[in-house]
Design a protein around this ligand. Structure first.
Ligand SMILES: C[S@@+](CC[C@H](N)C(=O)[O-])C[C@H]1O[C@@H](n2cnc3c(N)ncnc32)[C@H](O)[C@@H]1O
Length: 250
C-alpha cells in the first residue's frame, strides 16, 4: 500500500478526478459540515475531501496510512493557505481516537483498499458521536457477480493494492451492519481517461497491454458498465461511484 501510493503521491494531489470530481461536491452537500465540528477524513490521499470539509469551517483530522501521501497533501494544503487541518499517519481501520468523539467521518474512493471493510465501518461508527454522520464514497461494482469479478480483476491489474469494490447495496449493508442508519444513497457515472488512469499508478507497459485487451474484450454487463469509447482525445471508459449518507443513532 505505502509503496503503491507513496510512489504516486503527487499524481493524486494533482488528479482532476480526485480534486474536482462530482462526488466531492455531493459528499460536501450531504455532510453539510458546520463551523465547530470535529471531522475525520479517512484515507485522505491528496487531501481534497479534508480540504473541502475544512473550507466549511470544521476542524478536520486528515488521516492516511502512507507517509509520502500525507506529506504531499499537507504541502499542497499549506500552499493554498488552508486552516483547520491535522495530519495523522495511521491505519483507518484502527483509529487512535476515543469513542463518540467526532461529528463527521468521511471516506472517499478508498474503502476498496481495506482488507476488512466491515471492520473499518465498525471502527468509523465507534468514533462518531450519537447523531454524527458518515459520508462514504467509493467506486462500486456491477451487481451481477461475474461482471463484478471481471471489473475487480481489471482494477487489481492496474493497482495491486485494490482489494475489492462492492455494489452500492453492499456498501449500504456494511453501514447498517456497523449500527449506522443509511439515510441516503446514490450512484454516479465517472468517465475516465484510460491513459491518465494508468499513468496515475505508473502501470508497467506489459500490464498496459493486458489492461487494454481486458477493456476491449469485456462483454455483457461488464462491457455495459465499462463502456469503452474511442474519442478524439483518446480512449475513455466509465467507473461508477456510490455515495452514502449514514447516521449514528443518537
Ligand atoms: C485514491 S486515494 C484516496 C483519495 C482521497 N480520499 C480523495 O478524496 O481524493 C487512496 C488512499 O487510501 C489510503 N489508504 C489505503 N488503505 C488505508 C488504510 N488502511 N488506512 C488509511 N489509509 C489508507 C492510501 O494510502 C491512499 O492515500
Amino acid at each position: 500500500m505505502q509503496r503503491q501510493f507513496g510512489a504516486h503521491a503527487e499524481a493524486y494531489v494533482h488528479s482532476p478526478v480526485h480534486a474536482q470530481g462530482e462526488s466531492l461536491r455531493r459528499l460536501v452537500a450531504l455532510a453539510d459540515p458546520q463551523p465547530g465540528w470535529l471531522a475525520l477524513d479517512v484515507a485522505t490521499g491528496g487531501g481534497h475531501t479534508a480540504l473541502a470539509v475544512a473550507d466549511r469551517g470544521a476542524v478536520v483530522i486528515a488521516l492516511d496510512l502512507t507517509a509520502a501521501m500525507l506529506r504531499a497533501a499537507r504541502d499542497h494544503a499549506r500552499g493554498r493557505g488552508a486552516n483547520g487541518l491535522l495530519w495523522v499517519q495511521a491505519d483507518g481501520a484502527h483509529l487512535p481516537l476515543p469513542s463518540a468523539s467526532l461529528d463527521l467521518v468521511t471516506c472517499r474512493i478508498a474503502l476498496h483498499h481495506f482488507p476488512d471493510p466491515a471492520a473499518a465501518l465498525a471502527e468509523w461508527a465507534r468514533v462518531l458521536k450519537p447523531g454524527g454522520r458518515l459520508v462514504l464514497v467509493d467506486n462500486i461494482a456491477p451487481t451481477e457477480a461475474e461482471a463484478a469479478a471481471y471489473v475487480n480483476a481489471f482494477e487489481r491489474l492496474r493497482d495491486p493494492s485494490h482489494m475489492w469494490m462492492y455494489p452500492l447495496t453492499g456498501l449500504a449493508a456494511f453501514c447498517e451492519q456497523a449500527g449506522l442508519r443509511v439515510r441516503h444513497h446514490e450512484s454516479l457515472r465517472k468517465p475516465m481517461d484510460f491513459q491518465a488512469w494508468m499513468d496515475r499508478m505508473g502501470v508497467h507497459p506489459t500490464d498496459r497491454e493486458r489492461l487494454t485487451a481486458r477493456l476491449w474484450n469485456s462483454a455483457g454487463e461488464a462491457r455495459a458498465f465499462l463502456d469503452p469509447q474511442v474519442t478524439p482525445a483518446g480512449v475513455t471508459f466509465n467507473l461508477h461511484e456510490g455515495i452514502i449518507l449514514a447516521l449514528k443513532p443518537g
